[in-house]
Design a protein around this ligand. Structure first.
Ligand code: SF4
Length: 513
């Protein structure tokens, strides 16, 4: 938030109205705001009788040649003198732009720019997303909770555990039902958690019948107070396949303990191909195919995402007729290589733990080395609805068709998005690619996210765009907009391409549809 905002006291929406208050109409809450104070969302304030967007409009500067991040060309809060230190391409983001509300208003900024001989228009607005949420990927083997279990924040239900992916547990949080369909407390807690997650802050979540986790985009998860370090190299079966040759000749049997698929090298196809001898081992679990076992344990926080702390608990009696013999050596290891133990069978064919031999250190280390760092990934998902689309064109369905037809390129704070096929404009964006602090909220409750639509100017006019509202970047930098806020220039994050000229060049200017 800018220095300007810090001078303001927060508005109490329940306060009695007085004559000098003015109304903010940037969202359906319609706050009346006294001079020197901010509205319920802290994004707009009354400065000398004018409604002002508190945070500055953010303009990204791209290095023309490389797209590398560059040094800010004016510091936040400084007066803008209209001069650019950096002459690279600029991109007016929707961060601090203001909202298209009520729906019939054109977007706050409709920016024209000629790039490599192509006239482009970028329509810029902060969208109010009542239909939105986040998909969270947590790189861990550990069992966080059963699928469909409720995920809570501040004690309120804000989402659920969804189907796991390879090496990761997945959460689906938010959505219109938690935001608007439950109690006020549920809506508020959901909105708070989504806002913090999207702005890359840590959020504590508890899962019914499962773990308590701290999720922060781009950081390792903390599960029941313990930070996760590594993501599994693969399931138990894949680990056997990858490392069978490393163990050949060094040990008689290897078991990779995994909650999903536990692998046994002597029975596995990889071991068979290498000529591994039978060992008479017995795994307590459901045999899927040779050397691959399901359900060796309940899921949990132990070895390989199982609930076990003693790996021997998944073994039955050894069978001498099938190869078991005193002295037979056994390595047991988890899918991340973090847990491992070495045993030899005694005269009764019972495994006895022995000091871990030097000869096996390298292979266990190799498993660990092949594991990537465990991270939390947060994808914002939202649907661009009526007010957003009407702010771009008088005929909103044309925008949808143009996005679906790849004639309009959509970004969130300058970051590329994935637009779902099918109807509407449902998009997903990795929040770590969006400039920090870009997301806001309104107490309806809903999230506010920056969104920009870039397309060829002739296409924009053809699909019913607001031609009279088009302005140059220079004019916007110099004069700002309706909400009178400062402009702030900053380097574009590396890896966020702009503009997508290859795509927009390819598209012939042949109509809106
Ligand atoms: S919540 Fe924010 S955007 Fe909505 S009316 Fe109040 S100050 Fe304006």
């Amino acid at each position: 938030m800018s220095e300007l905002a810090e001078r303001f006291e927060t508005h109490d929406p329940g306060e009695k109205l007085v004559a000098e208050k003015i109304r903010c109409d940037a969202c359906p809450v319609m706050c009346y705001i006294a001079d020197g104070r901010t509205g319920a969302c802290d994004r707009y304030g009354n400065v000398g009788g004018r409604i002002v967007r508190i945070d500055p409009l953010t303009i990204l500067d791209h290095a023309a040649e490389t797209g590398a991040a560059m040094v800010p060309f004016v510091a936040e809060g400084e007066a803008w003198d209209g001069e650019l230190v950096n002459t690279g391409r600029r991109f007016v983001t929707a961060i601090g732009a203001g909202t298209t509300y009520p729906d019939y208003k054109p977007a706050p900024f409709i920016v024209s720019q000629e790039v490599e001989g192509v006239d482009l228009v970028t329509v810029v607005t902060e969208g109010i997303f009542s239909y939105c949420g986040v998909k969270v990927k947590i790189d861990t083997d550990r069992h966080l909770g059963p699928e469909t279990a409720i995920v809570r924040s501040q004690g309120e239900a804000i989402g659920h555990v969804t189907t796991g992916e390879y090496g990761s547990q997945m959460l689906s949080l938010g959505g219109v039902h938690h935001l608007t369909g439950g109690s006020k407390a549920e809506g508020r807690a959901t909105c708070d958690a989504l806002l913090d997650l999207c702005n890359r802050k840590p959020v504590e979540l508890s899962i019914d019948g499962g773990a308590t986790i701290v999720v922060e985009a781009g950081k390792p998860p903390v599960i029941d107070g313990k930070q996760e370090h590594r993501m599994r190299v693969g399931c138990g079966s894949a680990t056997i396949g990858m490392f069978a040759t490393q163990w050949r000749g060094l040990v008689d049997e290897v078991v990779v303990v995994d909650d999903h698929i536990t692998g046994v090298v002597s029975e596995h196809q990889a071991g068979k191909v290498l000529g591994w001898q039978d060992t008479g081992i017995k795994i307590i679990g459901r045999r899927s195919t040779p050397g691959r076992y399901f359900k060796v344990s309940e899921p949990g926080l132990g070895w390989g995402g199982t609930s076990i702390s003693d790996p021997l608990s998944i073994l039955g009696d050894w069978n001498a007729k099938k190869g078991a013999r005193p002295g037979l050596s056994l390595l047991m290891v988890s899918t991340t290589g973090e847990q491992f133990a070495y045993y030899e069978l005694d005269d009764e064919l019972k495994p006895v733990e022995k000091p871990f031999p030097e000869r096996l250190q390298k292979s266990v280390g190799l498993i660990e080395d092949n594991c990537e760092p465990a991270l939390c990934t947060v994808l914002f998902i939202g649907g661009a609805g009526g007010s957003l689309r009407a702010g771009v064109t008088e005929n909103p369905v044309n925008l949808t068709r143009s996005v679906q037809g790849l004639k309009t390129y959509v970004t969130v704070g300058g970051a590329p998005v994935y637009v779902w096929p099918g109807g509407g404009i449902t998009l997903m964006v990795d929040v770590t690619r969006v400039p920090e602090g870009a997301f806001g909220y309104v107490p309806t409750p809903a999230l506010v996210a920056p969104i920009e639509f870039t397309l060829r100017r002739d296409d924009y006019i053809r699909l019913g765009g607001y031609e009279a509202e088009i302005r140059s970047v220079h004019d916007i930098v110099a004069k700002g907009g309706e909400y009178l806020n400062a402009r702030r220039g900053t380097g574009a994050p590396g890896g966020n391409p702009w503009p997508p000229l290859a795509q927009l060049h390819r598209v012939p200017a042949n109509g809106a549809g």
